[in-house]
Design a protein around this ligand. Structure first.
Ligand code: 5GP
Ligand code: ZN
Length: 117
């Protein structure tokens, strides 16, 4: 069922604590933790605790939860004292998505070029 934890999902395991992560924020509906392979001085992932395969599925099925994720990206940026930052949802393999549990990347702490690759 949509939103239910998936046994084979890495980020569901972060939510359940089965896989350790450096958690920076947690709310009733979201978790924010440091990316294991940071691409910037600050690189935090914000995920809904519920499982949706990508940002499109999340937005379609649970827009209020998508808003929770967006609100948390801002909270992370504030805690990390980022004046400028980028919020990225890679959606689909062609866009670089490798983990199939919706997540926002919050990147900052260095100059960020636009457009990205
Ligand atoms: P995607 O490529 O799907 O947009 O982003 C997945 C992100 O998850 C990558 O930036 C990758 O470094 C990160 N990642 C993959 N496995 C782990 C893990 O076990 N722990 C943490 N903290 N991040 C991970
Ligand atoms: Zn999941």
């Amino acid at each position: 069922m949509a939103g239910e934890p998936q046994d084979d999902c890495l980020f569901c395991k972060v939510v359940s604590g089965t896989i350790p992560a450096t958690i920076v924020r947690e709310t009733g509906t979201t978790v924010a933790f440091r990316d294991i392979n940071p691409q910037a001085p600050t690189h935090v992932l914000v995920i809904p605790k519920a499982h949706y395969r990508d940002a499109a599925a999340l937005a379609a099925a649970a827009p209020e939860l998508a808003a929770d994720v967006l609100r948390e990206t801002r909270a992370v940026a504030e805690e990390e004292k980022l004046e400028s930052y980028r919020t990225v949802f890679n959606t689909g393999a062609g866009a670089g998505q490798t983990v199939w549990h919706a997540h926002a990347h919050v990147l900052g702490g260095r100059g960020l070029h636009w457009p990205p690759g």
